[in-house]
Design a protein around this ligand. Sequence first.
Ligand code: TXA
Ligand code: MG
Length: 334
Amino acid sequence: MKTKQNLTIEEAARLLRDGEVVAFPTETVYGLGAIATSDAAIAKIYAAKGRPDDNPLIVHIGAIRQVRQAASSVPPAAKQLMDAFWPGPLTIILPKQAGLSETVTAGLDTVGVRLPAHPIALALLKAVNLPVAAPSANVSGRPSPTTAQHVADDLTGKIAGIVDGGPSQIGLESTVIDCTVTPPVILRPGGVTKAEIEAVIGRVLLAESAKEMAEAPKSPGMKYTHYAPKAPMVIVQGGPDLLRRVIAQAQGEGKRVGVLVTEERQGDYPADVVLTCGRESDVSSVAGRLYDALREFDAHDLDIIFAEPFPTEGIGEAIQNRLQKASGHRTIAD
Ligand code: TXA
Ligand code: MG
């Protein structure tokens, strides 16, 4: 299939209405969209990504009033969250509307709904005027794409086209919160923090342990192995001296070593490959760079990657979550 690299919003809307699959920017990461009411269109998403067919997709809408095209009811807490955080990086799990393709929700009776904040995504969703299912636009098992180039690297030849909106503003996926249970449960930390949510609806739970989730997967995506760089990654939690020591030790064993650090510390470590991930003084810049840096490591022939812990406030919650997954929870501490 020929993949058109610079679709206009009008071209993308027409392709979606024709049942094709196109990638488009959102404020979190790029999404891979198809009409949520068509089994045939949804099947093309699963095929292009190589996604297991029991992992449900998020449905995107262009206005709050469209929510009933996707959900059969909206509990009060969910309504409060929509008013507070939409458009924005929050996906709300709700009871599913019968009109949606069964394959969107992988047979579940719930559906994840999101109203994104990116002007291109909103314009596209309004032009289509139907709910659009859109997982992240990466090949399954790769980091989510934060540029149109990342999408092209993964999906050229497999999708109809890409709308280029420049680099994603946030760089990590939306927060997913299940509002079909009381209290609501955060299934995936993301662009909206637990504290911000609790300020609006009171206490919520965090589905923390990956192991727990594997045993009773509430969010089907959680049972799949998450992205990990080709070289094993280890988080070093003991400050610069410890990081220098573990680099020296690994190099002493003949290993090619990569490190992931903030720009402030770029010159501090004599590793074989040093990649920076935003600024320590600006946690959102770390979120913005993380997936790009992880993709870049794979282009180098490394034996091990050490990462500094990054700031944990605000979106740092989501950064830690993705780093823990990328490193398989391997940590070295003093
Ligand atoms: O920021 C984002 O959310 C991006 C952009 C494109 O909107 N999308 C995204 O989609 O990250 P995806 O498919 O890569 O991740 C969706 C996650 C998966 O872990 C999936 O299992 C979970 O949400 N999910 C979707 N529907 C669900 C449901 N009904 N119940 C529980 N979990 C659900
Ligand atoms: Mg994804």
